[in-house]
Design a protein around this ligand. Structure first.
Ligand code: GTP
Ligand code: NA
Ligand code: MG
Length: 343
């Protein structure tokens, strides 16, 4: 039987934005988990990673906030900004409780920023705007990991002028899209006006602020939406990959429900439904949070929300982005096979 605590699952946050605005880099910075050499390259899939509680405490210390995590730490889903991947952005967002919309301060709103904005509104998802790459402002003085107001104090008048000019232009561009936005520390109408956090994903200016807002948004979402754990399995395939010693495996994000070792699953394949049995469920070693490259941890059962690597036979032709279904004792396998292929 589930305890009260077990009924709450981790909230899920989606990284969204135009190509090369710094979504993956920001994620690397705030989670401390480097995304397998991804930042800088073009993200071509969805990825999932946890923010460690330790990171939140360390990185918000400067703001002297009492950010004790009363809610589970968020799980992040990274999405590609490349125009071709509308489908993955939409699917990624569909899995999430809230989002971070990343905008490059030097470029302002770009085509996929607007596409993401429309998706966010269509799905009625709350979000924070990260105005990234502030270090690109001409003459920016680096202040590693500083809260943004601290960092601004160290800048020359020219830098502050350029910052304000670009910020106002971007606020206007959002207004043209019908969206009110404001610097988060000036925002008095949360909910109606969206908060902007200036950030740098290289030297960390504004990261404490972003983490603080994330914690607040997490708590608010948890209270308002009552993200409760439900039994019904909701699980999406993020990646198909070959792992040494295991053959072809899949990375999935489990949004709800639980998966069992030995359980029968059905996934969508190029040549039709694939019915297979879970041989092993792996998650990255917790030691990874300590920046050590460890192995994986085996689990007999895993509960949502979690990103998991599944070892099973016949996974070569699984289509990423599609749903994974679990076959229960009373389920009609033929019906599930049909359902899987509709995705
Ligand atoms: P896609 O996944 O392809 O959409 O890109 P992305 O939004 O994940 O951007 P990514 O993290 O790959 O960063 C793109 C480039 O911008 C990389 O070369 C990063 O090093 C650089 N970059 C990201 N954030 C910052 C920043 O705050 N300042 C500076 N100067 N460069 C940044
Ligand atoms: Na990129
Ligand atoms: Mg990326």
């Amino acid at each position: 039987k589930l305890s009260e605590e077990d009924k709450v699952r981790s909230p899920i946050c989606c990284m969204m934005g135009h190509i090369d605005t710094g979504k993956t880099k920001l994620l690397d910075y705030i989670t401390g988990n480097v995304q397998e050499g991804e930042a800088g390259g073009t993200t071509q899939k969805m990825g999932a990673t946890y923010l460690s509680a330790r990171n939140i405490l360390e990185k918000t210390m400067e703001l002297k906030s009492d950010t004790k995590l009363k809610v589970p730490r968020p799980l992040f889903i990274d999405t590609p900004g490349y125009e071709f991947y509308t489908n993955l952005r939409s699917r990624g967002l569909g899995l999430c409780d809230f989002a971070i919309l990343v905008v490059d301060i030097m470029h302002g709103l770009e085509p996929q920023t607007i596409e993401c904005l429309n998706l966010l509104r269509m799905k009625n998802t709350e979000f924070i705007i990260a105005l990234n790459k502030v270090d690109r402002l001409y003459g920016w003085r680096i202040c590693e990991n500083a809260p943004i107001l601290e960092a601004m104090k160290q800048q020359t008048k020219d830098v502050i002028n350029e910052f304000n000019m670009r910020l106002n232009e971007i606020i206007n561009q959002f207004k043209e899209q019908g969206l009110n936005s404001e610097l988060y520390y000036k925002n008095k109408e949360m909910g109606e006006t969206f908060s902007i956090v200036p950030t740098c994903a290289i030297s960390g200016e504004g990261i404490p602020d972003l983490l603080l807002l994330l914690v607040q948004l997490t708590q608010k979402t948890m209270v308002e939406k009552l993200i409760t754990y439900v039994d019904k399995v909701q699980c999406t395939v993020l990646e198909v990959k070959v792992m040494e010693g295991y053959g072809t495996t899949i990375d999935v994000v489990l949004v709800n429900g639980e998966l069992h070792e030995g359980g029968q699953i059905v996934v969508c394949g190029l040549q039709g439904p694939i019915v297979t049995t879970i041989r092993a469920l792996l998650t990255p070693h917790p030691i990874k949070e300590l920046h050590v490259n460890g192995n994986h941890v085996h689990h007999e059962v895993i509960k949502a929300a979690e990103c998991i690597n599944i070892i099973a036979k016949d996974l070569e032709h699984v289509i990423v982005g599609t749903a994974l279904h679990v076959v229960g004792p009373d389920d009609d396998i033929e019906a599930i096979k049909e359902l899987v292929m509709e995705d």
